[in-house]
Design a binder for this molecule. Structure first.
Ligand SMILES: Nc1ncnc2c1ncn2[C@@H]1O[C@H](COP(=O)(O)OP(=O)(O)OP(=O)(O)O)[C@@H](O)[C@H]1O
Ligand SMILES: Nc1ccn([C@H]2C[C@H](O)[C@@H](COP(=O)(O)O)O2)c(=O)n1
Length: 218
């Protein structure tokens, strides 16, 4: 029997709107496949935190200067990513209200996007990459692409289970963030779009794994 041609190491991309389940689903898919996942959003959040801590405006020059002075790195563990600045673990500080408010402004800066993309492309596959533009701009060659959606109300309801905040306020903030992120957040033409509204986490992970296995087996 002829030897089967060796396939390139697998890249799975999982993009989607804010709080659609990208990190929970990516972690589940990555653990099932035994590979790491990369959270691009955490790198945008780290750039924002450093910019805020530098005390300057969130201009491109100020944020890039902060990243240059205090280099950060992503630790892509399957159970949850961490972001380090030297020995300092930034992870717990990346979901503060201040970072939530600033991150959409920082994420549209071209120099910051280049910095994030360069960090991600240094990682050797196989992996699952999650964010907004993993399937379109960063890993367009990925053979398995997904885009998660759910109504703002459903997403706000899920977030309200984690945070002691009013569901209407969470929903309004999500709609605002969707609007600000719209430029870089779109499904790739070859992505499978999944409305997670009617599904639980295990259902979304299972649907993705089924498709990934089919793609990987050619
Ligand atoms: N299909 C689902 N069914 C029920 N709960 C879900 C589902 N998907 C995600 N969740 C829950 O919704 C919340 C948001 O999920 P998660 O943080 O993974 O989203 P995200 O897209 O990574 O968010 P962000 O854009 O803010 O980084 C979590 O509490 C998660 O457990
Ligand atoms: N590939 C990416 C990932 C994230 N962003 C922006 C959009 C969000 O407002 C912010 C934080 O991401 P989250 O933690 O909510 O996934 O970063 C982006 O523009 N591109």
């Amino acid at each position: 029997m002829p030897a089967s041609p060796s396939l390139p190491p697998l890249i799975v991309t999982i993009d989607g709107v804010a709080a659609s389940g990208k990190s929970s689903v990516s972690s589940g898919v990555a653990r099932a496949l035994g590979v790491p996942y990369l959270s691009s959003g955490l790198l945008y959040r780290a750039a924002t935190l450093l910019g805020l801590e530098a005390g300057a405006d969130l201009s491109e020059a100020a944020v890039l200067e902060a990243l240059h002075t205090h280099p950060v790195r992503l630790e892509p563990l399957a159970q949850g990513n961490r972001v380090w600045q030297g020995e300092r673990d930034l992870t717990a500080d990346l979901h503060s209200t201040a970072v939530d408010h600033g991150v959409s402004v920082v994420a549209v800066l071209p120099g910051v996007r280049e910095w994030v993309n360069a960090q991600l492309r240094e990682v050797a596959p196989p992996f699952v990459a999650e964010g907004r533009d993993m399937g379109t701009a960063v890993f367009p060659q990925a053979p398995a692409k997904f885009y998660l959606t759910a109504s703002p109300r459903v997403r706000a309801g899920r977030r309200a289970q984690e945070r002691p905040e009013d569901v209407d306020a969470i929903e309004a903030a999500l709609i605002r963030r969707d609007e600000l992120d719209r430029v870089q957040s779109a499904p790739a033409p070859d992505a499978v779009v999944i409305d997670t509204g009617p599904l639980d986490l295990a259902g979304v992970i299972g649907a993705i794994l089924e498709r990934v296995v089919a793609v990987d087996q050619g």
